[in-house]
Design a protein around this ligand. Structure first.
Ligand code: PGA
Length: 253
C-alpha cells in the first residue's frame, strides 16, 4: 500500500558545529531548494544557539528544524540543559534523542533516551530516536539483538507513527567514512521495521520513517537511499556545507 510507505526525511545533524558565519550555508540551501521537486522532507538540526536564527531564515522554506537533544523535564534546576518546550519555542518541530555521541559522552541509557523521547512528544516534537551497534558488537554477531533491544527500550509508550522517527546509525560508521554494505543495512532496517510493528502496532509501525546514518555523502547517498526499508538519512559531516547536503538530498529528486 503506497500510503503505508513513510515519506523520506533527509536530516542534517550539525553536532557542536556552527556559529553566525554558518548561517550562510542555510541561505545557500534555501536558495538551492527553491523550485526543486522533492520526494523527501528536509530537516536541519543546528546547535541550540542558532535555532531561532535558522528559523528566521527558513520560515518561508520547506526546511524543518530540529534540536540535537533535550532534557526529560519541561523546566527547572538543570544548568546548561535545554527542554523540548524551549526547542519548540525556538522553532523546532523535532529533536534527535539518544545519538550515540550522547550515549557515549553523557552515559545516556535506553531508559534516559525513552524519557527524553516522551518529553519531546509532550511538547509536540517528533523524536528522532537513534540506535546503533558498536564495531565490537557487530564483530560478535550481536547487531540484530542489540538493535532490537535498543529499539524496544528507547521508545516510550507515547510513540506513534506521526511523532517518531528511528535513525539506525552504526557507531563505527559515524564520521569514519566507513559504511555497512547495502545488504547489511537492509537486514538491520528490516529488523527495525519488524520491531516497530510489534511495539507501535501493525499499521502505525509501517508508517514510522527509519533513517540510515553514518558517513552518508553525496557520492554514496543514491546507493544507500535505494536500500529497501531505508526512508532517508541522518547526515553529520556532509550536512555542514549546503553544496554537500544538497548532493545527498538529490537522491530524492
Ligand atoms: P556522519 O555523522 O554523517 O558525520 O558520519 C552521522 C551522525 O552522527 O548523525
Amino acid at each position: 500500500m503506497a500510503s503505508a510507505t513513510p515519506r523520506p526525511i533527509v536530516a542534517g545533524n550539525w553536532k557542536m558545529n556552527g556559529t553566525s558565519i554558518s548561517l550562510k550555508e542555510i541561505r545557500l540551501l534555501t536558495g538551492m531548494l527553491k523550485g526543486v521537486r522533492l520526494k523527501c522532507d528536509v530537516m536541519v538540526c543546528p546547535p541550540a544557539t542558532l535555532l531561532s536564527r535558522v528559523q528566521g531564515l527558513t520560515r518561508s522554506s520547506r526546511i524543518r528544524l530540529g534540536g540535537q537533544d533535550c532534557h526529560d523535564k519541561v523546566s527547572g534546576a538543570h544548568t546548561g540543559d535545554v527542554s523540548a518546550d524551549m526547542l519548540s519555542d525556538a522553532g523546532a518541530t523535532a529533536v534527535i534523542v539518544g545519538h550515540s555521541e550522547r550515549r557515549a559522552d553523557h552515559g545516556e541509557t535506553d531508559a534516559v533516551v525513552a524519557a527524553k523521547a516522551a518529553a519531546a512528544h509532550k511538547s509536540d516534537l517528533t523524536a528522532i530516536v537513534c540506535i546503533g551497534e558498536t564495531l565490537a558488537q557487530r564483530k560478535a554477531g550481536e547487531t540484530l539483538r542489540i538493535i532490537g533491544a535498543q529499539l524496544k527500550k528507547s521508545l516510550p509508550a507515547s510513540s506513534t507513527a506521526t511523532n517518531t522517527v528511528i535513525a539506525y546509525e552504526p557507531v563505527w560508521a559515524i564520521g569514519t567514512g566507513l559504511t555497512p554494505t547495502p545488504a547489511e543495512i537492509r537486514a538491520v532496517h528490516r529488523h527495525i521495521r519488524k520491531g516497530l510493528l510489534r511495539i507501535i502496532g501493525p499499521k502505525a509501525g509501517m508508517r514510522v520513517p527509519v533513517l540510515y546514518g553514518g558517513s552518508v555523502k553525496p557520492g554514496n547517498a543514491e546507493e544507500l537511499m535505494a536500500v529497501e526499508d531505508v526512508n532517508g538519512a541522518l547526515v553529520g559531516g556532509a550536512s555542514l556545507k549546503a553544496a554537500d547536503f544538497i548532493g545527498i538530498i538529490k537522491a530524492y529528486t
